[in-house]
Design a protein. Structure first.
Length: 532
């Protein structure tokens, strides 16, 4: 029999919920969300108990259900379809039955919870610390007498690399040596990569030649098959490692959402990851601009993010197109399409100007672009020339001519497609003597925890030992809950960015006092930061 078997019945209005996993490694839980039913088991549950749990879960899924006591029928959350019964026998065919394991939960499942296990545990520890006698003088979340945060701590903080944990293993950048669940050294290798374009009512598998071509108006599912092979030491030569038996095939499904993709496409991609994973493997949500390195390396420097959508007929491949090169490692490079105008140039970056009809490609380098970044951009341009993708209007017969251009020495053929504006159209640094060999830093300043604190914002694919000229996007500011406060450290100047008050709220009374107090703390923090 099962060590523990719990059935949690939840209506749609009880979201979000949270159940701590502190003692669940030996347990099996069944979650009934009406339209979705999941059987979840901890990593230490025996195989026989897992099979019994699935049988019992299927019996519950196909048996009688009764939601008459719920304020909202979870099979009709919109409350618009009166034909959906609140009780009956057997769920509708469109509902979902899933089997999940610890550290292998889908995003669709995790979003049902108020917070996930690791963060909740940290918050509980912090709460206990706040309750301790030595911290009894700390302010409550509702105390308006806030104090600036420690600017020196912000300056001295060395942020940890962003982790991507799949099936209990930090896959790091998606290749090379990693550590397994039990701490042993292993080698990670990619076996296959497949992609699907998500449409309003279905999906379309992309041919191999279209792999790595994403559109900001669409959503995609990318399935990554990989293996982790444990390495063991040789006794006769203690410094060397040999390969143990090949590791089992593992699967990770990334559902990538373009910044302009529709809500229905996002929902379809989330459901599809469950089907593709066959209830095993990991499901990872990836939003445009925040791609982790293990995702970027799947395309080996050939990732291109287009404007518009794949099915948009007005998205023509004729004429000139401009792409900004992102990425600090050659296998993680990507080309992001931007407006084809002079204002899109950046003196600290490299860009690609392409005309497929004329088979001309200009690789433009800003005067302050780092040598490593130029090399990454050159490899990305070489990859494009080698593949000649049809999405860009090229083909195997195209003889693409690549010409490198330095800022300040552009030929007329390069400047004409970008317009006739002068260099003031963008922040041209030709007359600036600075070397700009540093990485900007961004901190989110907030008192949401009760104390005024600064949280550093990190680009997931950052390379700690290198220089990242443009690690952030403007949407990093706009995606935060407004009004928001950000500190941007650009080495030679420090900016304090202030958001806006949402139209559906009125900043009056205590709320206004709180906001004014936060702004005062933010300014004092910035002044201390500059002195430091």
């Amino acid at each position: 029999m099962l060590s523990v078997f719990m059935h949690v019945l939840v209506s749609m209005l009880t979201f979000p919920i949270f159940i701590s996993p502190a003692n669940t490694t030996h347990q099996v839980l069944v979650f009934d969300f009406g339209s979705e039913l999941y059987v979840w088991h901890g990593k230490d549950v025996p195989l026989g108990d897992r099979k019994v749990a699935v049988k019992l879960g299927k019996q519950l899924y196909s048996g009688n259900y009764d939601y008459s006591s719920c304020r909202v029928n979870p099979l009709d959350a919109s409350c618009t379809n009166k034909d959906v019964p609140q009780k009956g026998e057997g769920r509708p065919s469109w509902t979902l039955f899933g089997r999940l394991s610890e550290h292998n939960e889908t995003s669709l499942f995790r979003e049902k919870f108020l917070d996930w296990a690791e963060r909740k545990k940290e918050e509980a520890t912090q709460t206990e610390e706040l309750k301790s006698p030595e911290n009894s003088t700390m302010r409550s979340p509702f105390d308006s007498d806030l104090q600036p945060c420690d600017a020196k701590a912000l300056l001295d903080n060395e942020a940890e690399p962003v982790k991507t944990v799949l099936e209990g293993v930090d896959v790091q950048r998606g290749y090379g040596l990693v550590k397994t669940e039990d701490g042993r050294q292993a080698e990670l290798a990619t076996l296959a990569v497949e992609a699907w374009h998500i449409k309003e009512h279905g999906e379309e598998e992309l041919p191999e030649g279209s792999l790595g071509h994403l559109h900001e108006g669409d959503a995609y599912v990318i399935r990554w098959k990989y293996s982790i092979t444990t390495l063991v030491g040789k006794r006769q030569k203690p410094g060397e490692l040999s390969v143990a038996a090949p590791g089992r095939e593992r699967i990770a499904c990334f559902f990538w959402q373009g910044r302009h993709s529709s809500a229905s496409e996002k929902g379809t991609s989330a459901l599809m990851t469950v089907e593709l994973g066959s209830h095993r493997g990991s499901q990872v949500l990836v939003t445009q601009g925040k791609e982790p390195p293990c995702f970027l390396q799947l395309f080996q420097g050939g990732l291109i993010i287009h404007k518009g959508s794949r099915d948009d007929r007005s998205n023509s491949t004729d004429g000139w197109r401009l792409f900004c090169v992102r990425g600090e490692a050659e296998v993680e490079a990507s080309l992001v399409e931007v407006a084809c105008e002079l204002a899109s140039l950046r003196s600290r970056a490299s860009l690609v100007l392409l005309n497929a009809q004329k088979s001309v490609l200009y690789l433009w380098h800003g005067c302050k672009a780092q040598a490593d970044s130029k090399q990454v951009a050159k490899r990305a341009a070489d990859k494009l020339k080698l593949r000649c993708p049809s999405e860009l209007g090229l083909n195997s017969r195209s003889k693409l001519k690549v010409e490198e251009v330095e800022e300040g020495s552009e030929p007329a053929e390069f400047l004409k497609p970008l317009g006739l504006q002068d260099k003031k159209a963008y922040d041209c640094m030709l007359q600036d003597p600075g070397k700009y060999n540093y990485t900007p830093r961004l901190f989110w300043l907030s008192a949401s925890s009760g104390l005024f604190e600064g949280e550093e914002q990190l680009y997931p694919a950052r390379v700690t030992e290198g220089v990242m000229a443009m690690p952030f996007l403007q949407e990093n500011l706009y995606s935060a809950q407004q009004p928001a406060l950000f500190l941007l450290d650009n080495r030679m100047e420090v900016y304090l960015w202030q958001g806006w008050q949402p139209e559906d709220t009125q900043c009056t009374g205590s709320a206004k006092m709180r906001w004014d107090s936060e702004r005062k703390c933010a300014m004092e923090t910035v002044l201390q930061y500059c002195k430091g």
